[in-house]
Write a protein that binds this ligand. Structure first.
Ligand code: GLN
Length: 189
């Protein structure tokens, strides 16, 4: 199994370490030529979604990535990655990848609660999943085909729509590989 990791900006190295621990191969997408390699899945990391979006356009990766996901390439988006995959973002109408039927709220926890750690149950993963939030979004609304996997304080923080999987927290920043293992299982299914 070989996973492409979008490595333009943000917390991509930590995802690579997780994949290694689970015995999966990975390679980085840093420019358009990298995208040509065969892959079984894609990880879009956390970081700054506005910057990542700009880089996707500058490097001419935007259309290829969107088409691949729309065509069924399994994808895992964390935090900024989740924002890029959302069909809509509350309060703006910037065009993003938009392949997943949900509305998200960016920087949803405000300044005071910008970053925090908690543990919560997550369907298919565990009863006490470590969750690190960093200026995180949450999901306001999901479409019919989207399964809610986890909620924290009444807000959706993990969801799945067929081959698309997102968390608003950063599972790669904790020691627990269970969330990444879920993604790899999802690809095998
Ligand atoms: N606040 C960031 C954004 O809007 C996301 C933060 C993160 O990925 N940790 O893109």
């Amino acid at each position: 199994m070989k996973i492409a990791v979008l490595a333009l900006q943000g917390a991509f190295l930590e995802h690579e370490r997780m994949l290694e621990r689970l015995g999966a191969e990975w390679f980085e997408i840093r420019q358009k030529a990298d995208w040509e390699q065969p892959k079984d899945g894609l990880i879009i990391p956390g970081g700054e979604s506005t910057t990542m979006l700009k880089l996707l356009h500058d490097l001419d990766l935007f259309d290829d990535i969107r088409a691949a996901i729309a065509g069924g390439l399994p994808v895992f988006g964390t935090c900024a990655g989740l924002i890029l995959l959302a069909k809509s973002v509350a309060g703006d109408d910037i065009e993003r990848l938009g392949t997943m039927d949900m509305e998200v709220c960016r920087n949803a926890y405000g300044r005071q609660l910008g970053s925090f750690y908690t543990e919560a149950p997550m369907k298919g993963v565990g009863e006490q999943v470590p969750m690190t939030f960093i200026r995180a979004p949450y999901i306001n609304r999901v479409g019919e085909g989207v399964e809610v996997l986890a909620e924290v304080d009444g807000h959706i923080v993990a969801a799945r729509q067929d081959h698309q999987f997102v968390t608003s927290f950063h599972p790669e920043l904790n020691n627990d590989t269970a969330v990444h293992a879920y993604f790899l299982r999802m690809i095998r299914e």
